[in-house]
Design a protein around this ligand. Structure first.
Ligand code: 5AD
Ligand code: SF4
Length: 556
């Protein structure tokens, strides 16, 4: 039985990457090779194996610098260790990683004042709540990494935390309202805590957040996350109000340490921001212009993740397929996809969200020819009516979108399709809406994310005439949901009796079921006589089909 890594302890150790350079305090540089494998079992992250080798082969302190961070390695359940003098050691027990001093910008030595303030963090804790999309979820993983790297501890409830952060979403009004409701909770109870607003609401509302909620100390949009360590350092040294609201950054937000919350699927941002200007959308305003990461850094991350035991990678971007490698290699999206899929150990590669305008035949051909590229494409259409698409500034017509769908449907390997739809956009008539329903009939999607149009600040659609009344939007949404439900029932029914490979990612004890995903991203709940399946790929035979998921049994 492998040793347990958790038990209420932080498990940020799984973000230590193989091959990373470590420096001892005193700035001597050391190479460290980690090889670690993890499994998630019964809600506990277990280490399958862990080995660390230091080169040169000795160190006399328990303080190490990892990238720009200083780490304190504390063996758990043991008194402080005498200096280790072995040339290599096998970590037979888990250890917690705490941070000894604040990190300086990568590549610079920590200054005195920086390390002095680090002691302020000893024992400090943070709580981070995330709203919105997968990009936000993954940004939060990176923000957690930054904080863990500074010595903060993650806690489960905001009441226990010294630093309370909300990573916010403003794509629709309701999401933004939720954030202000959360902030309201602290009106009279924030004493001593640092309250911070990150993400899209931060970018959109800016310093006005301080007016509405004067107890907030930090407001930082995602385009400025590179400055987060510096902003947090300012707060730690007594700063009362700090902001990061610049949009004109050229850089992407990459971190030395990312706390990965999903032990089976690793998210990786390859492109940030958006250069489109859909008339309903706040994203270009809140996330800034498009910036792609270099293919070398993406691939280095994928190799590290594979070494850490991940087999499934999901590449992220608001318009992921607009990717353009900014390095001299100049890879396009498909070239990057193929290279990611070729990294040893990677079995599944997903990507989201694609923009139809940048969707090419080559993407379909790549999926067709490369089993590691998952047979699923999320391609938001937004509306089935060309006049509405024009008003939305989507840059394609209904027919142009359908042409791309034909490429997908002509693939040798069946490819699952999902989409996003907005109903009740200003000026959308009954006829336009009927076009959307008829489009769904043609698309035969396996999932549709549908939304009522929500007017957003700083967007061109705000000034458009002919708003659709709320009740009518509600009626259209309900109508669309029912229409699509029938499509999904009809699509899933023929899957009964078929077998799929499933990556098991959860267990529902009360129902005695395991749950996992097929490569086409279908959820399958299934029974198995096996006691331990988490993180494994198994064959499952489908026994029943609902509109949104399948039920089955492990096939032997
Ligand atoms: N109102 C409703 N839905 C919206 N989306 C984006 N902006 C709005 C808005 N103002 C939807 C789109 C997009 C998804 C992430 O959110 O369908 O694809
Ligand atoms: Fe928003 Fe359009 Fe950019 Fe998507 S492509 S993030 S909908 S502006």
């Amino acid at each position: 039985m492998p040793p347990e890594l958790t038990g209420g302890q932080p498990c940020e150790v799984y973000s230590l990457h193989p091959g990373i350079k470590m420096h001892l305090k005193g700035m001597k540089t050391w190479d460290i090779t980690f090889s670690n494998r993890y499994k998630f079992e019964g809600g506990v992250l277990r280490k399958k194996s862990w080995e660390a080798r230091l080169q040169p082969p000795a160190f006399s302190q328990r303080f190490l610098r990892l990238g720009g961070e200083s780490l304190r390695l504390v063996p758990r359940a043991r008194p402080p260790q005498p200096p280790m003098l072995e040339s290599n050691f096998t970590m037979s027990r888990p250890f917690d990683v705490g941070i000894e001093s604040l990190n300086a910008p990568p590549g610079t030595a920590p200054s005195k004042s920086v390390s002095a303030s680090s002691s302020l963090n000893a024992g400090k804790s943070f709580y981070l709540e995330t709203f919105g999309c997968q990009m936000n979820d993954h940004d939060s993983e990176k923000v957690s990494g930054v904080l863990l790297g500074r010595g903060y501890r993650a806690v489960e409830s905001p009441a226990e935390a010294d630093l309370v952060l909300y990573n916010t979403c403003s794509i629709r009004e309701k999401a933004a309202q939720k954030v202000f409701a959360r902030l309201g909770d602290w009106k009279t109870t924030s004493n001593g805590k640092i309250i911070g607003v990150l993400g899209c609401v931060a970018q959109q509302e800016g310093e006005e957040i301080f007016e509405r909620a004067p107890w907030v100390s930090l407001v930082c949009g995602s385009a400025s996350y590179r400055r987060l360590p510096e902003l947090i350092a300012q707060l730690e040294t007594g700063g009362r109000r700090v902001t990061g609201l610049e949009l004109d950054t050229e850089e992407t937000f990459e971190t030395e340490i990312t706390r990965r919350d999903n032990p089976f699927r690793a998210y990786l941002t390859i492109i940030e921001g958006c250069d489109y200007s859909c008339s309903y959308c706040v994203v270009p305003h809140t996330r800034g212009p498009e910036r792609s990461r270099s293919s070398q850094s993406v691939l280095a991350d994928v190799r590290r993740l594979a070494d850490a035991g991940y087999t499934e990678i999901q590449l992220l971007g608001q318009t992921v397929n607009s990717y353009r490698d900014p390095s001299p290699r100049g890879l396009n999206f498909v070239e990057l996809l193929l290279q990611v899929a070729g990294v040893p150990g990677i079995r599944r590669v997903r990507f989201t969200t694609s923009h139809p305008n940048d969707f090419t035949r080559e993407i379909v051909q790549a999926i067709d020819s490369t089993p590691a590229l998952c047979d699923h494409i999320h391609l938001p259409v937004q509306s089935g009516s060309t006049p509405v698409l024009r008003a939305m500034r989507r840059t394609y017509t209904r027919d142009e979108y359908l042409e791309k769908i034909e490429w997908i449907r002509a693939a040798r390997r069946p490819i699952s399709l999902t989409t996003d739809v907005i109903v009740g956009f200003p000026g959308e008539t009954e006829g336009d809406f009927a076009e959307t329903l008829s489009l769904l009939d043609i698309l035969q999607c396996d999932g549709v994310f549908s939304f009522k149009y929500s007017p957003r600040p700083n967007t061109p659609a705000l000034a458009m005439p002919d708003a659709v009344p709320e009740e009518e939007k509600g009626r259209r949404l309900a109508n669309l949901l029912e229409h699509q439900r029938k499509i999904q029932v009809a699509r899933n029914q023929p899957l009964v009796g078929r077998e799929f490979e499933v990556l098991v990612d959860g267990r529902h004890d009360a129902r005695g079921q395991w749950t996992g995903r097929t490569t086409s991203n279908r959820t399958v709940n299934f029974v198995s006589p096996r006691e331990s399946l988490l993180g494994e790929y198994v064959q499952v035979r489908v026994t029943r089909a609902g509109p949104n998921s399948l039920v089955g049994e492990q096939a032997f």
